[in-house]
Design a protein around this ligand. Structure first.
Ligand SMILES: [Fe+2]
Ligand SMILES: [Fe+2]
Length: 191
């Protein structure tokens, strides 16, 4: 993992709090910590999340930050992801590997960045398997599945601007139709 994130703990708590509250700094930090492809996706998710937040009177800054950070653990080796889950969230060890990074991110961000915003961590934690109903989580869930890098041009974003739950149900229906949905859990490949 990148030096930038690994060295973050060396800063004072005041410095950390200041940096974590700045969209540009966070974006830069994320950029140093993942592949170009993943970064482009994260940035697109952050922007779409911010747009959707505006429609639903959700804190736009929180939406951006949740979006930019949502896949921060996705490129950690699976052994390292399992290590986090073994220590912090044992029950999630049985989840499919593709899902684990959403749970791991919560502990990774607390651990590495001393990041503790409950709303944002909750939205990130639930971005693969949605088990909550708060607006920010719904926004991140939808934005992750329809950011512009995916090149999917359908009605989901327009629906989401009006009704987030309806957009989530629509996404789930589409996956069911593709038979990617097993046992009530999305098993898709790239979220
Ligand atoms: Fe993800
Ligand atoms: Fe993602």
């Amino acid at each position: 993992m990148s030096k930038a994130i690994d060295d973050f703990h060396l800063l004072s708590s005041k410095q950390r709090a200041f940096l974590l509250n700045d969209e540009e700094v966070l974006t830069d930090l994320v950029k140093t910590n993942m592949s170009q492809k993943r970064f482009k996706h994260s940035l697109a998710v952050a922007k779409l999340a911010k747009e959707l937040a505006r429609y639903h009177h959700v804190d736009e800054k929180k939406a951006y930050i949740a979006g930019i950070l949502h896949d921060v653990a996705k490129e950690l080796p699976i052994e390292e992801q399992n290590e986090y889950l073994r220590y912090y969230d044992f029950m999630k060890l049985g989840e499919p590997d593709k899902v684990k990074h959403s749970h791991v991110a919560k502990y990774y961000l607390k651990d590495k960045l001393n990041f503790h915003d409950k709303d944002i961590l909750n939205a990130i934690y639930n971005h693969t398997v949605l088990k909550v109903n708060d607006k920010l989580s719904l926004i991140i869930y939808v934005a992750d599945k329809r950011d512009e890098t995916r090149g999917i041009d359908d009605e989901v974003i327009e629906v989401a601007k009006k009704d987030l739950k309806k957009a989530v149900n629509l996404l789930i229906e589409k996956w069911k139709a593709k038979k990617q949905y097993k046992d009530g859990t999305y098993q898709g490949s790239d979220n």
